[in-house]
Design a protein around this ligand. Structure first.
Ligand code: XMP
Length: 345
């Protein structure tokens, strides 16, 4: 039997009776293991999104910043030390691959006080990723390890059981990704998130009965890729604990890279991570119009998220996960959902 896969645009949330008095009172804080963040939005750990200026702003906002890994060790360390000097080590993470030199570098970073790592490879449900998680946890089991990317509940479970504190979910939903067309592999993102959430619930239940091989009692995950607007953030957070966002921040003032002038308009590069590798490429290189500052974009997304919670009668992100009701929509429904029959001024 072939299952059906859904993504954000295939569904809407059905509004619920609400006792939320003011949207401003919705609690957007989130706990990941021992760490608490003021909001759940993580800019993507991509070369054209998160370097020092972005990391600084993210930490200032109380969120989690994850530096990309396509730069030399010394540069990563310099940025890590300067950010951690201002904000401490809890809100700042470094990205790693799964090679021996990644592990060796991680040990050096740990000696310099880095506490959060994101093991980030295209196919995270692999023995290479499982081994890297285990090695790092054996080196220091108090680190926070994020690992991915996976697209299935079983893939997430293997990483959690290997010791990952947080799993990152998303194979091919990203705006620059060509994984699905190049390889035929992937899971529409909403279905991937629902599968992982179901496994998460099963593990919590098993943990309660002490019938599972892990000391954790919560199994958080990040929805990574394909988020086009605040509505998608709300839908993703009905399942995931945090979201990772590239495109929505691409071109903002704090992203790295020059402003390009084309026909009197301003753009910045937004480049798929796989294009920095020499092997098989599963992403594209693009330009996007420049946008304002990170802080403005973040605050609009958080406003949308607060409103989304209030339509759901949720006082917090935890409550948003309590029985959200989705309705499947048609193409006509999607068309109706966007502005229509008007000329936008
Ligand atoms: P959005 O949709 O926010 O997605 O732009 C950002 C996420 O896309 C992933 N990413 C890639 N996926 N090939 C891929 O298949 C690539 O070259 C690539 N670059 C980024 C990544 O998970 C990011 O957070």
């Amino acid at each position: 039997m072939i299952r059906e896969g859904l993504t954000f645009d295939d569904v809407l949330l059905v509004p619920q009776h609400s006792t939320v008095e003011s949207r401003s009172k919705v609690d957007l804080s989130v706990k990941l293991g021992n760490l608490t963040f003021k909001h759940p939005i993580i800019p993507a750990n991509m070369k054209t999104i998160t370097e020092s200026a972005m990391a600084f702003e993210v930490c200032k906002s109380g969120g989690l910043a994850i530096l990309h890994r396509f730069m030399p060790f010394e540069e990563q360390l310099d940025i890590a030390l300067s950010i951690m000097k201002d904000f401490g080590s809890n809100g700042f993470g470094l990205s790693l691959g799964v090679k021996d030199h990644d592990y060796d570098n991680a040990l050096k970073f740990i000696n310099h006080g880095v506490r959060v790592f994101c093991i980030d490879i295209a196919h995270g449900d692999s023995e290479l990723c499982v081994k890297m998680v285990r090695r790092l946890k054996e080196a220091d089991n108090t680190l926070t390890i994020i690992a991915g990317n996976v697209a299935t509940g079983m893939g997430a479970r293997r990483l959690w059981e290997a010791g990952a504190d947080v799993v990152k979910v998303g194979i091919g939903p990203g705006s620059l990704c060509t994984t699905r067309v190049e390889t035929g592999n992937g899971v529409p993102q909403l279905t991937a998130l629902m599968d992982v959430a179901q496994t998460q619930n099963e593990l919590v239940e098993l943990w309660r009965t002490k019938d599972v091989n892990t000391p954790k009692r919560h199994f958080p995950f990040i929805a990574d890729g394909g988020i086009k607007n605040a509505g998608d953030v709300v839908k993703a957070l009905c399942f995931a604990d945090m979201v990772m966002v590239g495109n929505l921040f691409a071109g903002c003032a704090e992203t790295p890279g020059e402003v390009l002038q084309i026909d009197g308009r301003c753009f910045k590069n937004y480049v798929g991570s796989s294009t920095h590798k020499t092997n098989y490429i599963e992403g594209v290189s693009a330009i996007v119009p420049t946008k304002g500052h990170f802080e403005e974009i973040l605050s609009k997304l958080l406003e949308g998220l607060r409103s989304g919670c209030s339509y759901q009668g949720a006082h917090s992100l935890q409550e948003l996960k309590d029985n959200p009701e989705f309705i499947r929509i048609t193409n006509a429904g999607l068309k109706e959902s966007h502005p229509h029959d008007v000329i936008i001024g």
